[in-house]
Write a protein that binds this ligand. Sequence first.
Ligand code: FAD
Length: 433
Amino acid sequence: MNRYHSWGLYPKISPKKVKKIFWRNESSVFENCNKVLPFGLGRSYGDVCLVDNGILIDTTELKHLIRFDQENGILHCESGVTLEQILKHIVPKGWFLPVTPGTKYITVGGAIANDVHGKNHHKAGSFGHYVKSFDLLRSDGSIVHCSPEENPELFQATIGGLGLTGLILNAEFTLKKIPSEYLYLQTIKFKSISEFFEINDASEKNFEYTVAWVDLTNGSLNSVRGIYQRANHFFSDQSVKQKKSKISIPFVLPFSLINNLSIFIFNALYYSKQFDKYAEHIIHYDPFFYPLDGVNNWNYLYGRKGFLQYQFVIPKDNCERNLLTILNEIKKLGLSSFLTVLKTFGNKPKAGILSFPREGLTLAIDFPITQDIFQKLNKLDSTVVDFGGALYPAKDARMSSKIFHESYPEVNNFLQFKDPLFNSAFWERVMSC
Ligand SMILES: Cc1cc2nc3c(=O)[nH]c(=O)nc-3n(C[C@H](O)[C@H](O)[C@H](O)COP(=O)(O)OP(=O)(O)OC[C@H]3O[C@@H](n4cnc5c(N)ncnc54)[C@H](O)[C@@H]3O)c2cc1C
Protein backbone atom coordinates (compact mmCIF):
# COMPACT_ATOMS: atom_id res chain seq x y z
CA MET A 1 0.00 0.00 0.00
CA ASN A 2 1.50 3.41 -0.88
CA ARG A 3 1.71 5.90 1.96
CA TYR A 4 -0.50 8.60 0.43
CA HIS A 5 -3.70 7.67 2.20
CA SER A 6 -5.23 9.00 5.39
CA TRP A 7 -5.13 7.16 8.70
CA GLY A 8 -8.76 5.95 8.56
CA LEU A 9 -8.11 4.40 5.10
CA TYR A 10 -11.28 6.19 4.01
CA PRO A 11 -12.06 7.78 1.59
CA LYS A 12 -9.89 6.13 -1.03
CA ILE A 13 -8.74 9.14 -3.04
CA SER A 14 -5.49 8.96 -4.99
CA PRO A 15 -3.69 12.06 -6.17
CA LYS A 16 -2.92 12.47 -9.87
CA LYS A 17 0.74 12.78 -8.90
CA VAL A 18 2.98 13.23 -5.84
CA LYS A 19 5.85 15.72 -5.89
CA LYS A 20 8.46 15.99 -3.17
CA ILE A 21 9.73 19.36 -2.07
CA PHE A 22 13.42 19.37 -1.07
CA TRP A 23 14.41 23.01 -0.78
CA ARG A 24 12.96 25.88 1.15
CA ASN A 25 12.74 28.12 -1.94
CA GLU A 26 11.48 25.55 -4.41
CA SER A 27 8.47 27.25 -5.98
CA SER A 28 8.92 25.11 -9.12
CA VAL A 29 6.85 22.41 -7.37
CA PHE A 30 3.78 24.34 -8.49
CA GLU A 31 4.65 24.19 -12.21
CA ASN A 32 1.98 22.48 -14.34
CA CYS A 33 -0.33 22.01 -11.34
CA ASN A 34 -4.06 22.57 -11.46
CA LYS A 35 -4.57 21.84 -7.76
CA VAL A 36 -2.12 21.12 -4.94
CA LEU A 37 -2.10 20.12 -1.27
CA PRO A 38 0.80 19.64 1.17
CA PHE A 39 1.03 16.15 2.70
CA GLY A 40 2.90 15.39 5.93
CA LEU A 41 2.62 11.87 7.38
CA GLY A 42 -1.07 11.33 6.59
CA ARG A 43 -1.99 10.94 10.26
CA SER A 44 -5.22 12.83 9.67
CA TYR A 45 -8.05 10.34 9.74
CA GLY A 46 -10.19 11.57 6.86
CA ASP A 47 -9.80 13.62 3.69
CA VAL A 48 -8.22 16.84 4.96
CA CYS A 49 -4.85 15.53 3.69
CA LEU A 50 -6.15 14.15 0.38
CA VAL A 51 -6.61 15.78 -3.00
CA ASP A 52 -8.79 14.47 -5.79
CA ASN A 53 -7.29 14.73 -9.28
CA GLY A 54 -4.56 17.08 -8.06
CA ILE A 55 -0.94 17.05 -6.86
CA LEU A 56 0.11 16.15 -3.33
CA ILE A 57 3.30 17.84 -2.21
CA ASP A 58 5.14 15.50 0.12
CA THR A 59 6.93 17.69 2.69
CA THR A 60 8.91 14.99 4.50
CA GLU A 61 12.25 15.91 2.84
CA LEU A 62 12.04 19.28 4.59
CA LYS A 63 13.48 17.43 7.56
CA HIS A 64 16.17 19.68 9.00
CA LEU A 65 16.39 21.25 12.41
CA ILE A 66 17.57 24.82 11.80
CA ARG A 67 18.28 26.27 15.23
CA PHE A 68 17.71 25.28 18.84
CA ASP A 69 17.97 28.00 21.45
CA GLN A 70 18.57 25.71 24.40
CA GLU A 71 18.63 28.57 26.88
CA ASN A 72 15.15 29.85 26.08
CA GLY A 73 13.59 26.69 24.64
CA ILE A 74 12.91 27.96 21.13
CA LEU A 75 13.13 25.57 18.17
CA HIS A 76 13.34 26.56 14.52
CA CYS A 77 12.93 23.67 12.07
CA GLU A 78 11.69 22.76 8.63
CA SER A 79 8.05 21.79 8.33
CA GLY A 80 8.55 18.11 7.48
CA VAL A 81 10.41 17.47 10.74
CA THR A 82 8.44 14.99 12.87
CA LEU A 83 7.55 15.28 16.53
CA GLU A 84 9.47 12.03 17.08
CA GLN A 85 12.62 13.63 15.64
CA ILE A 86 12.17 16.72 17.80
CA LEU A 87 11.64 14.73 21.01
CA LYS A 88 14.85 12.75 20.45
CA HIS A 89 16.74 16.00 20.24
CA ILE A 90 15.11 18.10 22.99
CA VAL A 91 14.14 15.69 25.78
CA PRO A 92 17.75 14.85 26.77
CA LYS A 93 18.31 18.62 27.04
CA GLY A 94 15.38 19.10 29.43
CA TRP A 95 12.72 20.37 27.02
CA PHE A 96 9.42 19.01 25.76
CA LEU A 97 6.78 19.84 23.17
CA PRO A 98 4.41 22.53 24.47
CA VAL A 99 1.44 20.54 23.15
CA THR A 100 1.40 17.07 21.62
CA PRO A 101 -1.34 14.96 20.06
CA GLY A 102 -1.70 11.22 20.73
CA THR A 103 0.92 10.27 18.12
CA LYS A 104 4.48 11.46 17.60
CA TYR A 105 4.41 10.44 13.93
CA ILE A 106 3.23 13.77 12.60
CA THR A 107 5.08 16.68 11.01
CA VAL A 108 5.38 20.23 12.30
CA GLY A 109 3.51 21.39 9.15
CA GLY A 110 0.64 19.02 9.99
CA ALA A 111 0.63 20.14 13.65
CA ILE A 112 0.20 23.78 12.58
CA ALA A 113 -2.25 23.16 9.73
CA ASN A 114 -4.65 21.27 12.03
CA ASP A 115 -3.71 23.30 15.12
CA VAL A 116 -3.49 20.07 17.07
CA HIS A 117 -4.36 19.75 20.76
CA GLY A 118 -3.26 17.38 23.51
CA LYS A 119 -4.05 16.26 27.03
CA ASN A 120 -3.05 19.70 28.38
CA HIS A 121 -5.50 21.85 26.43
CA HIS A 122 -7.27 22.97 29.64
CA LYS A 123 -4.01 24.63 30.76
CA ALA A 124 -1.92 25.18 27.65
CA GLY A 125 -4.24 25.62 24.66
CA SER A 126 -3.29 24.21 21.26
CA PHE A 127 -0.03 23.88 19.28
CA GLY A 128 -0.72 27.13 17.43
CA HIS A 129 -0.46 29.10 20.68
CA TYR A 130 3.28 28.34 20.75
CA VAL A 131 4.14 29.16 17.13
CA LYS A 132 6.25 32.31 16.94
CA SER A 133 6.63 32.53 13.16
CA PHE A 134 6.84 30.58 9.91
CA ASP A 135 7.62 31.06 6.23
CA LEU A 136 4.77 30.30 3.87
CA LEU A 137 5.35 29.43 0.21
CA ARG A 138 2.43 30.63 -1.89
CA SER A 139 1.63 29.29 -5.35
CA ASP A 140 2.71 32.58 -7.01
CA GLY A 141 6.24 31.75 -5.82
CA SER A 142 6.32 34.35 -3.04
CA ILE A 143 7.59 33.40 0.42
CA VAL A 144 5.68 35.27 3.13
CA HIS A 145 7.12 35.52 6.63
CA CYS A 146 4.22 35.33 9.12
CA SER A 147 4.15 36.03 12.85
CA PRO A 148 1.83 37.86 15.26
CA GLU A 149 3.64 41.06 14.16
CA GLU A 150 4.23 40.42 10.44
CA ASN A 151 1.26 39.46 8.28
CA PRO A 152 -0.71 38.61 11.43
CA GLU A 153 -3.93 37.78 9.60
CA LEU A 154 -2.27 35.25 7.28
CA PHE A 155 -0.50 33.88 10.38
CA GLN A 156 -3.86 33.29 12.06
CA ALA A 157 -5.43 31.86 8.93
CA THR A 158 -2.59 29.35 8.45
CA ILE A 159 -2.77 28.04 12.03
CA GLY A 160 -5.60 25.52 11.73
CA GLY A 161 -5.82 26.54 8.05
CA LEU A 162 -6.02 22.90 6.85
CA GLY A 163 -3.08 23.30 4.47
CA LEU A 164 -5.00 25.71 2.24
CA THR A 165 -3.17 29.02 2.65
CA GLY A 166 0.17 27.85 1.19
CA LEU A 167 2.98 25.50 2.09
CA ILE A 168 4.61 26.09 5.47
CA LEU A 169 8.35 25.78 4.82
CA ASN A 170 9.71 26.15 8.34
CA ALA A 171 8.46 27.26 11.73
CA GLU A 172 9.75 28.61 15.00
CA PHE A 173 7.98 27.65 18.23
CA THR A 174 8.53 27.63 21.97
CA LEU A 175 9.10 24.51 24.03
CA LYS A 176 8.34 23.54 27.59
CA LYS A 177 10.95 22.99 30.31
CA ILE A 178 10.74 19.57 32.00
CA PRO A 179 12.56 18.12 35.04
CA SER A 180 13.01 14.64 33.47
CA GLU A 181 11.54 12.34 30.85
CA TYR A 182 9.08 10.89 33.38
CA LEU A 183 5.63 11.80 34.59
CA TYR A 184 3.79 11.20 37.82
CA LEU A 185 0.46 9.63 36.81
CA GLN A 186 -2.67 8.87 38.79
CA THR A 187 -5.38 6.69 37.32
CA ILE A 188 -8.87 6.64 38.79
CA LYS A 189 -11.73 4.36 37.86
CA PHE A 190 -15.15 6.00 37.55
CA LYS A 191 -18.60 4.49 37.22
CA SER A 192 -20.74 7.29 35.77
CA ILE A 193 -20.47 10.45 33.72
CA SER A 194 -21.24 12.59 36.77
CA GLU A 195 -18.36 10.93 38.59
CA PHE A 196 -16.12 11.77 35.60
CA PHE A 197 -17.08 15.44 36.00
CA GLU A 198 -16.44 15.37 39.77
CA ILE A 199 -12.95 13.93 39.26
CA ASN A 200 -12.25 16.28 36.37
CA ASP A 201 -13.26 19.37 38.40
CA ALA A 202 -10.97 18.27 41.20
CA SER A 203 -8.06 17.57 38.82
CA GLU A 204 -7.79 20.36 36.27
CA LYS A 205 -6.25 22.93 38.61
CA ASN A 206 -3.38 20.77 39.84
CA PHE A 207 -2.71 18.47 36.92
CA GLU A 208 -1.27 19.56 33.63
CA TYR A 209 -2.48 16.55 31.68
CA THR A 210 -5.95 15.06 32.03
CA VAL A 211 -7.91 12.63 29.86
CA ALA A 212 -10.36 9.77 30.29
CA TRP A 213 -10.95 6.52 28.47
CA VAL A 214 -14.64 5.62 28.46
CA ASP A 215 -16.30 2.23 28.04
CA LEU A 216 -19.58 2.69 26.19
CA THR A 217 -20.26 -1.03 25.95
CA ASN A 218 -21.12 -1.59 29.57
CA GLY A 219 -24.85 -1.60 30.37
CA SER A 220 -26.98 1.50 30.64
CA LEU A 221 -25.97 5.13 30.38
CA ASN A 222 -26.16 5.46 34.15
CA SER A 223 -23.29 3.04 34.36
CA VAL A 224 -20.92 4.41 31.71
CA ARG A 225 -17.55 3.55 33.22
CA GLY A 226 -14.00 4.52 32.48
CA ILE A 227 -10.51 5.32 33.70
CA TYR A 228 -9.46 8.90 34.36
CA GLN A 229 -5.77 9.80 33.95
CA ARG A 230 -4.13 12.88 35.44
CA ALA A 231 -0.41 13.58 35.30
CA ASN A 232 2.40 16.07 35.76
CA HIS A 233 5.99 16.12 34.64
CA PHE A 234 8.09 14.73 37.45
CA PHE A 235 11.69 14.73 38.59
CA SER A 236 13.21 11.27 38.63
CA ASP A 237 16.91 10.50 38.49
CA GLN A 238 16.25 6.77 38.31
CA SER A 239 15.34 5.27 35.01
CA VAL A 240 12.02 3.46 35.06
CA LYS A 241 11.89 0.24 33.06
CA GLN A 242 10.31 0.91 29.70
CA LYS A 243 8.85 -1.73 27.41
CA LYS A 244 10.69 -1.40 24.09
CA SER A 245 9.07 -4.08 21.93
CA LYS A 246 6.78 -2.90 19.16
CA ILE A 247 3.98 -4.85 17.52
CA SER A 248 3.38 -4.36 13.81
CA ILE A 249 0.32 -5.10 11.67
CA PRO A 250 2.04 -6.00 8.38
CA PHE A 251 -0.83 -5.47 5.92
CA VAL A 252 -4.41 -4.25 5.66
CA LEU A 253 -6.67 -7.14 6.62
CA PRO A 254 -9.33 -8.08 4.04
CA PHE A 255 -11.97 -7.86 6.79
CA SER A 256 -12.28 -5.89 10.02
CA LEU A 257 -11.22 -7.47 13.29
CA ILE A 258 -13.10 -4.70 15.05
CA ASN A 259 -16.67 -5.82 15.74
CA ASN A 260 -19.13 -5.71 18.63
CA LEU A 261 -17.53 -8.74 20.29
CA SER A 262 -13.90 -7.57 20.04
CA ILE A 263 -14.97 -4.08 21.15
CA PHE A 264 -16.72 -5.56 24.19
CA ILE A 265 -13.79 -7.79 25.12
CA PHE A 266 -11.18 -5.04 24.69
CA ASN A 267 -13.15 -2.56 26.80
CA ALA A 268 -13.86 -5.09 29.56
CA LEU A 269 -10.18 -6.09 29.72
CA TYR A 270 -8.99 -2.49 29.69
CA TYR A 271 -11.28 -1.58 32.58
CA SER A 272 -10.21 -4.62 34.59
CA LYS A 273 -6.47 -4.08 34.07
CA GLN A 274 -6.58 -1.81 37.10
CA PHE A 275 -7.85 -3.68 40.13
CA ASP A 276 -8.23 -0.82 42.62
CA LYS A 277 -10.19 2.36 42.13
CA TYR A 278 -7.07 4.47 42.46
CA ALA A 279 -3.48 3.84 41.30
CA GLU A 280 -0.22 5.79 41.02
CA HIS A 281 2.59 5.33 38.51
CA ILE A 282 5.87 6.85 37.44
CA ILE A 283 5.74 6.60 33.68
CA HIS A 284 8.03 7.47 30.76
CA TYR A 285 6.61 10.14 28.46
CA ASP A 286 6.40 7.79 25.46
CA PRO A 287 3.77 5.28 26.68
CA PHE A 288 1.91 8.09 28.45
CA PHE A 289 1.52 10.40 25.45
CA TYR A 290 1.72 7.87 22.61
CA PRO A 291 0.17 4.54 23.73
CA LEU A 292 -1.15 3.80 20.24
CA ASP A 293 2.26 4.31 18.61
CA GLY A 294 3.27 1.02 20.27
CA VAL A 295 1.39 -0.87 17.53
CA ASN A 296 2.59 -0.01 14.02
CA ASN A 297 -0.28 0.38 11.53
CA TRP A 298 -2.99 -0.43 14.08
CA ASN A 299 -5.42 1.18 11.60
CA TYR A 300 -5.00 -1.89 9.35
CA LEU A 301 -7.02 -3.90 11.91
CA TYR A 302 -10.15 -2.19 10.60
CA GLY A 303 -9.76 -3.95 7.27
CA ARG A 304 -9.96 -2.63 3.72
CA LYS A 305 -13.09 -0.59 4.25
CA GLY A 306 -11.36 1.47 6.92
CA PHE A 307 -12.92 3.42 9.77
CA LEU A 308 -14.08 6.85 10.84
CA GLN A 309 -13.08 8.77 13.88
CA TYR A 310 -15.88 10.99 15.11
CA GLN A 311 -14.54 13.80 17.30
CA PHE A 312 -16.72 16.64 18.42
CA VAL A 313 -16.59 19.46 20.95
CA ILE A 314 -19.64 20.86 22.75
CA PRO A 315 -19.67 24.09 24.80
CA LYS A 316 -19.17 24.01 28.55
CA ASP A 317 -22.68 25.18 29.43
CA ASN A 318 -24.92 22.18 30.17
CA CYS A 319 -22.21 19.91 28.82
CA GLU A 320 -22.96 17.05 31.22
CA ARG A 321 -26.62 16.93 30.21
CA ASN A 322 -25.81 17.39 26.51
CA LEU A 323 -23.13 14.71 26.56
CA LEU A 324 -25.60 12.25 28.07
CA THR A 325 -28.10 13.09 25.32
CA ILE A 326 -25.45 12.41 22.66
CA LEU A 327 -24.31 9.17 24.32
CA ASN A 328 -27.93 8.12 24.50
CA GLU A 329 -28.29 8.72 20.75
CA ILE A 330 -25.14 6.74 20.07
CA LYS A 331 -26.62 3.83 22.02
CA LYS A 332 -29.98 4.12 20.28
CA LEU A 333 -28.27 4.13 16.89
CA GLY A 334 -26.58 0.86 17.90
CA LEU A 335 -23.05 2.24 17.48
CA SER A 336 -20.16 0.88 19.51
CA SER A 337 -16.59 2.05 19.63
CA PHE A 338 -13.28 0.32 20.28
CA LEU A 339 -11.73 3.38 21.83
CA THR A 340 -13.59 6.37 23.27
CA VAL A 341 -11.73 9.33 24.72
CA LEU A 342 -13.19 12.18 26.76
CA LYS A 343 -11.44 15.43 27.62
CA THR A 344 -12.19 19.05 28.45
CA PHE A 345 -10.87 22.04 26.50
CA GLY A 346 -9.90 25.22 28.34
CA ASN A 347 -10.90 28.79 27.64
CA LYS A 348 -7.89 30.12 25.67
CA PRO A 349 -9.10 32.01 22.61
CA LYS A 350 -8.63 30.05 19.37
CA ALA A 351 -5.11 30.26 17.95
CA GLY A 352 -6.28 30.13 14.33
CA ILE A 353 -9.34 31.33 12.45
CA LEU A 354 -10.55 27.77 11.75
CA SER A 355 -9.05 26.09 14.83
CA PHE A 356 -11.19 23.29 16.22
CA PRO A 357 -10.54 23.51 19.99
CA ARG A 358 -12.90 25.77 21.90
CA GLU A 359 -13.95 25.81 25.55
CA GLY A 360 -16.00 22.75 26.41
CA LEU A 361 -15.96 19.01 26.29
CA THR A 362 -14.55 16.85 23.49
CA LEU A 363 -15.28 13.20 22.78
CA ALA A 364 -13.46 11.06 20.19
CA ILE A 365 -14.99 7.78 19.05
CA ASP A 366 -13.80 5.26 16.43
CA PHE A 367 -16.40 3.57 14.21
CA PRO A 368 -15.71 0.84 11.64
CA ILE A 369 -17.20 1.64 8.23
CA THR A 370 -20.50 -0.16 7.84
CA GLN A 371 -23.32 0.28 5.36
CA ASP A 372 -25.45 2.52 7.53
CA ILE A 373 -22.77 4.41 9.46
CA PHE A 374 -23.01 7.55 7.33
CA GLN A 375 -26.74 7.95 7.79
CA LYS A 376 -26.40 7.36 11.54
CA LEU A 377 -23.63 9.90 11.97
CA ASN A 378 -25.57 12.53 10.00
CA LYS A 379 -28.20 12.34 12.74
CA LEU A 380 -25.58 12.76 15.42
CA ASP A 381 -24.06 15.78 13.63
CA SER A 382 -27.33 17.68 13.91
CA THR A 383 -27.48 17.09 17.67
CA VAL A 384 -23.85 18.19 18.14
CA VAL A 385 -24.43 21.39 16.16
CA ASP A 386 -27.77 22.09 17.90
CA PHE A 387 -25.80 22.09 21.15
CA GLY A 388 -23.44 24.70 19.65
CA GLY A 389 -20.71 22.14 18.99
CA ALA A 390 -18.40 21.32 16.08
CA LEU A 391 -16.63 18.36 14.47
CA TYR A 392 -12.84 18.18 14.07
CA PRO A 393 -11.79 18.47 10.38
CA ALA A 394 -8.55 16.52 11.03
CA LYS A 395 -10.68 13.49 11.88
CA ASP A 396 -13.53 14.03 9.48
CA ALA A 397 -14.34 12.32 6.18
CA ARG A 398 -18.04 12.97 5.82
CA MET A 399 -19.59 16.05 7.47
CA SER A 400 -21.90 18.03 5.20
CA SER A 401 -21.33 21.52 3.94
CA LYS A 402 -24.26 22.71 6.09
CA ILE A 403 -22.79 21.26 9.29
CA PHE A 404 -19.37 22.75 8.52
CA HIS A 405 -20.74 26.24 7.83
CA GLU A 406 -22.92 26.19 10.95
CA SER A 407 -20.06 25.19 13.22
CA TYR A 408 -17.29 27.22 11.53
CA PRO A 409 -19.00 30.55 10.75
CA GLU A 410 -15.51 32.15 10.51
CA VAL A 411 -15.06 30.40 7.17
CA ASN A 412 -16.14 33.53 5.27
CA ASN A 413 -13.32 35.50 6.85
CA PHE A 414 -10.87 32.65 6.13
CA LEU A 415 -11.63 32.54 2.39
CA GLN A 416 -9.64 35.70 1.60
CA PHE A 417 -6.43 33.98 2.80
CA LYS A 418 -6.85 30.70 0.91
CA ASP A 419 -4.29 30.18 -1.85
CA PRO A 420 -6.16 29.78 -5.18
CA LEU A 421 -4.14 26.71 -6.22
CA PHE A 422 -4.50 24.87 -2.90
CA ASN A 423 -7.41 22.53 -2.37
CA SER A 424 -8.33 19.30 -0.59
CA ALA A 425 -11.01 16.65 -0.88
CA PHE A 426 -12.29 17.84 2.52
CA TRP A 427 -12.54 21.43 1.32
CA GLU A 428 -14.29 20.57 -1.95
CA ARG A 429 -16.87 18.60 0.04
CA VAL A 430 -17.61 21.16 2.73
CA MET A 431 -17.62 24.08 0.29
CA SER A 432 -19.90 22.40 -2.22
CA CYS A 433 -23.13 24.20 -1.52
C1 FAD B 1 -3.08 7.78 16.73
C2 FAD B 1 -3.42 9.22 16.46
C3 FAD B 1 -3.67 10.06 17.52
C4 FAD B 1 -4.00 11.41 17.28
N1 FAD B 1 -4.26 12.21 18.35
C5 FAD B 1 -4.55 13.51 18.15
C6 FAD B 1 -4.77 14.37 19.24
O1 FAD B 1 -4.69 13.97 20.40
N2 FAD B 1 -5.03 15.68 18.99
C7 FAD B 1 -5.08 16.17 17.70
O2 FAD B 1 -5.31 17.38 17.55
N3 FAD B 1 -4.89 15.37 16.65
C8 FAD B 1 -4.63 14.05 16.84
N4 FAD B 1 -4.40 13.24 15.76
C9 FAD B 1 -4.49 13.81 14.41
C10 FAD B 1 -3.13 14.34 13.91
O3 FAD B 1 -2.39 14.89 14.97
C11 FAD B 1 -3.37 15.44 12.88
O4 FAD B 1 -4.21 15.00 11.85
C12 FAD B 1 -2.06 15.99 12.29
O5 FAD B 1 -2.38 17.17 11.60
C13 FAD B 1 -1.40 15.01 11.31
O6 FAD B 1 -0.17 15.57 10.86
P1 FAD B 1 0.58 15.00 9.58
O7 FAD B 1 1.95 15.54 9.59
O8 FAD B 1 0.41 13.55 9.48
O9 FAD B 1 -0.20 15.77 8.41
P2 FAD B 1 -1.19 15.22 7.30
O10 FAD B 1 -2.23 14.38 7.95
O11 FAD B 1 -0.42 14.66 6.18
O12 FAD B 1 -1.85 16.60 6.85
C14 FAD B 1 -2.70 17.28 7.74
C15 FAD B 1 -3.01 18.68 7.19
O13 FAD B 1 -1.84 19.47 7.26
C16 FAD B 1 -1.55 20.04 6.00
N5 FAD B 1 -0.09 20.15 5.92
C17 FAD B 1 0.83 19.21 6.17
N6 FAD B 1 2.07 19.73 6.02
C18 FAD B 1 1.91 21.03 5.69
C19 FAD B 1 2.81 22.09 5.39
N7 FAD B 1 4.13 21.91 5.41
N8 FAD B 1 2.28 23.29 5.06
C20 FAD B 1 0.95 23.51 5.04
N9 FAD B 1 0.05 22.53 5.33
C21 FAD B 1 0.54 21.32 5.65
C22 FAD B 1 -2.15 19.06 4.98
O14 FAD B 1 -2.43 19.69 3.75
C23 FAD B 1 -3.42 18.64 5.71
O15 FAD B 1 -4.43 19.61 5.49
C24 FAD B 1 -4.07 11.90 15.94
C25 FAD B 1 -3.81 11.04 14.87
C26 FAD B 1 -3.49 9.70 15.12
C27 FAD B 1 -3.22 8.79 13.94
